[in-house]
Design a protein around this ligand. Structure first.
Ligand SMILES: *[C@@H]1O[C@H](CO)[C@@H](O)[C@H](O)[C@H]1NC(C)=O
Length: 442
């Protein structure tokens, strides 16, 4: 236990310095929806009420300057809160868009009821029984989402009963609210938590849990009982936490050594304190652009009117949506779109990636491809655009130009000359003696 005390002392010092820095931050106001279940009469009604609310945030509890401010008239006085947030968790830039911006961060406050957790890795937190006096207060949970998927944030706040001045006790946030990685990359899903060092709950232990959720399928990725320094067995060997960073700075970021398609989905980072729980949800997308190849390569020489079939194969991509298209760049540098060709159905490989192909019938006369050029297959995917090309040569193009005709004459003359030379050189020294004998015989 003593080693934990030193750890928490270090934590307190780090946070104290963060506190000093944070006091200079300004994050004055935050609009939020206050959402609560309507006092039910039937007991079954899950109706909720939603009211506008406003939070004035200060990092220094002694800062009284907000008390002179007049909240907007459309907000009920009873829904105005004066929040003390020593770690300045509410002050992250993505939660405060520039003045006049159309999109606003989302924020919701709910009444919160502290209760012992029943998950195995967090039951030890409430074994000894926490001071019930501390729990007798008004508790709130706040969930906020910054702009552009840059931040998700959740906090548990405590206000002396009836007061409108809650203190942040626990906050959890992530700067990777929505991220994508390519296959094989090392994935870092950010999650950090902060506990008010002046709270009786600070130093009473914590637990961290990472869950995965995808289309109703959920599983435990990692669960750590920080009080007993025990990791639950989850059958996810490639998921890891940095335990030093976790205890020292509350860094609960999840590391997945090698990104795979099956990792795509939503991850929930939950932090438990005795009777409290705060969590944030993150979206991880695996995005891999296709590898393209063209068959046959090289293309056979074709004559005008001949049709050659080309195939472009895209493989190893994820997610599924892919646009394949054909282009042609003639000798004159002109770009011609040849459409998407006829697409095959998609196939999924054992690693979860997809493949799909497109076939194009190249009819040089119909498509007006002249004497040839580059045939290009373009794959447009959210992971990037990929291209592959092959050279098309059309020989003996019909309706030849004057130059072509002259060229043909030159070639014909040349050929004639060659034949003459050839027949002259062959006849006298001719190797086929039998022929000459036969001729003599005739
Ligand atoms: C938390 O830990 C991860 C992995 O060890 C690291 O990449 C990240 O930068 C850390 N975050 C902070 C805020 O220190």
């Amino acid at each position: 236990m003593t080693q934990y005390w030193t750890i928490y002392k270090i934590l307190a010092i780090t946070l104290a310095s963060a506190f000093i820095r944070a006091s200079h931050n300004s994050c004055p106001v935050m609009e939020c929806w206050f959402v609560q279940e309507k006092p039910g009469r039937g007991g079954f009604s899950a109706a909720v009420s939603q009211e506008k609310s406003l939070m004035y945030i200060r990092t220094d509890p002694d800062d009284r300057s907000f008390m002179q401010l007049h909240p907007p008239a459309d907000i009920d006085q009873s829904r105005v809160y004066y929040v003390t947030d020593p770690a300045a968790s509410f002050c992250h830039a993505p939660l405060h868009p520039p003045e006049g911006s159309v999109t606003k961060p989302q924020c919701e406050i709910n009444p919160f009821v502290p209760h012992p957790s029943t998950v195995r890795w967090a039951t030890s937190l409430t074994e000894s029984g926490q001071s019930p006096i501390h729990l007798q207060a008004d508790w709130f949970s706040v969930a906020a989402q910054g702009l552009d998927g840059k931040l998700v944030f959740s906090a548990i706040m405590r206000a002396p009963s009836g007061s409108k001045e809650p203190h942040v006790i626990l906050s959890v946030s992530s700067r990777t609210a929505s991220v994508h990685f390519r296959l094989g990359e090392r994935v870092m899903l950010d999650c950090g938590f902060w506990v008010d060092p002046s709270s009786p709950l600070s130093g009473a232990g914590f637990s961290v849990e990472w869950r995965y959720q995808f289309r109703g399928d959920g599983r435990l990725v990692l669960a750590y009982d920080g009080k007993n320094d025990r990791l639950a067995d989850t059958g996810e060997p490639d998921a890891a936490l940095d335990f030093n960073a976790l205890h020292e700075t509350g860094n609960a970021s999840l590391i997945l050594e090698e990104a795979q398609v099956r990792h795509s989905g939503t991850y929930i980072c939950s932090v438990y304190l005795p009777n409290l729980l705060a969590q944030v949800a993150l979206d991880l997308e695996i995005v891999e652009p296709p590898s393209l190849s063209i068959f046959p390569s090289p293309l056979p020489l074709i004559v005008p009117g001949q049709v050659v079939s080309v195939q472009c194969e895209a493989s190893g991509f994820f997610p599924l949506s892919l646009e394949l298209a054909w282009e042609f760049v003639g000798a004159d540098g002109q770009l011609l779109s040849l459409g998407q060709g006829s697409l095959s159905g998609h196939k999924q490989a054992s690693d979860g990636t997809y493949s799909q192909s497109s076939r194009l019938e190249l009819d040089s006369t119909k498509l007006g491809l002249g004497r040839g050029g580059e045939v290009i297959c373009v794959g447009n995917h959210m992971g990037g655009t990929r291209k592959v090309k092959v050279t098309l040569n059309v020989i003996g193009v019909s309706a030849p130009s004057i130059e072509d005709s002259m060229m043909m004459v030159v070639v014909a003359l040349g050929l004639y000359g060659l034949i003459k030379v050839f027949s002259r050189t062959v006849s006298p020294t001719g190797t086929s003696n039998g022929d000459t004998k036969d001729k003599k015989g005739n």
